[in-house]
Design a protein around this ligand. Structure first.
Ligand code: IPD
Length: 274
């Protein structure tokens, strides 16, 4: 029902890779969305339109949740229908600054279950894929999360999120401080939540947490991490809620629980209530 041929996959991938790599080196028209740090360019819209129009040709009955459509007011509701969940450029701020950590993320859900995810690291030409029950891979090589359970031996990834008001920043920094007090080896921010989550899936980091990311940042990466043997959960320690704008992920449940226990909540509302 939702198979793309190898030629179709390559053609689509090459299409957006060409657009993004060319645009990286050019002047961009940058606008802001929810805050001065929440950026969008004409390339985000172009890539999103390309992905949706190509998918619509092949799967006319499928639904879409996509970052720029949501920014323009489309509702983010995950129904049981087959749904593509798309971030056309994750790391838009990096993209604007030519910082080479930029990805395209496409997740797919049926019956509200995430079935597969594809994340393409545009500048390094790394294709991360995961399909429920069939493993996770980067350029064909199987991914495996780290088995670390001790927070004092962990490398932790996070992202700042778009809100920059003093109360939010205080909580963000205090969360980071709590992990450093617990003697985590380090806390890193790379500017792309999807690629940070792929690094976790690759075993290059032990945990990830964030408040303020969206379903399109999380959908594909969730399948990839789970298929690499990792845990993706809510910051309360309960099951992941894709629409809740918050997440803890780790190689082990012990690590995810320790991180969740250390965090204070930053409220970003829900994607399906905006
Ligand atoms: C954002 C980036 C950023 C993270 C935000 C995301 P975008 O995605 O991943 O690192 O802090 O929460 O929404 O806007 O570049 O697609």
């Amino acid at each position: 029902m939702f198979k793309l041929s190898k030629t179709e996959k390559t053609g689509l991938g090459k299409g957006f890779q060409r657009i993004i790599r060319k645009a990286l080196s050019e002047e961009k028209q940058v606008s802001t969305k929810t805050s001065a740090a929440d950026l969008v360019t004409e390339t985000d819209q172009l890539v999103e339109d390309l992905i949706i129009s190509e998918m619509q040709k092949r799967f006319p009955s499928h639904r879409f949740i996509a970052e720029e459509a949501a920014a323009a007011g489309a509702k983010c509701v995950l129904t049981p229908s087959p749904t593509w969940i798309i971030d056309p450029i994750d790391g838009t701020c990096n993209f604007v600054h030519r910082f080479p950590t930029v990805a395209v993320s496409i997740g797919f859900a049926v019956n509200q279950e995430l079935e597969f995810g594809v994340i393409y690291h545009c500048t390094e030409e790394r294709l991360y894929t995961g399909r429920r029950g069939q493993g996770a891979f980067c350029n064909g090589q199987r991914l495996q999360v780290s088995g670390e359970t001790d927070l004092s031996k962990a490398l932790v990834l996070t992202e700042i999120g778009p809100k920059r008001d003093p109360a939010t920043l205080k909580l963000f920094l205090s969360n980071m401080e709590r992990l450093l007090h617990a003697k985590a080896h380090g806390v890193r921010v790379i500017g792309s939540s999807t690629l940070a989550l792929c690094l976790l899936a690759s075993g290059a980091a032990d945990a990830y947490y964030q408040f303020g990311l969206h379903c399109w940042d999380l959908a594909a990466a969730t399948v990839i991490i789970r298929e690499a043997g990792g845990i993706v959960m809510d910051t309360s320690g309960g099951p992941l809620d894709l629409m809740s704008c918050r997440v803890v992920a780790a190689g082990t449940r012990e690590m995810a629980t320790l991180i969740a226990q250390a965090l204070q909540t930053i409220n970003y509302g829900r994607d399906d209530e905006k």
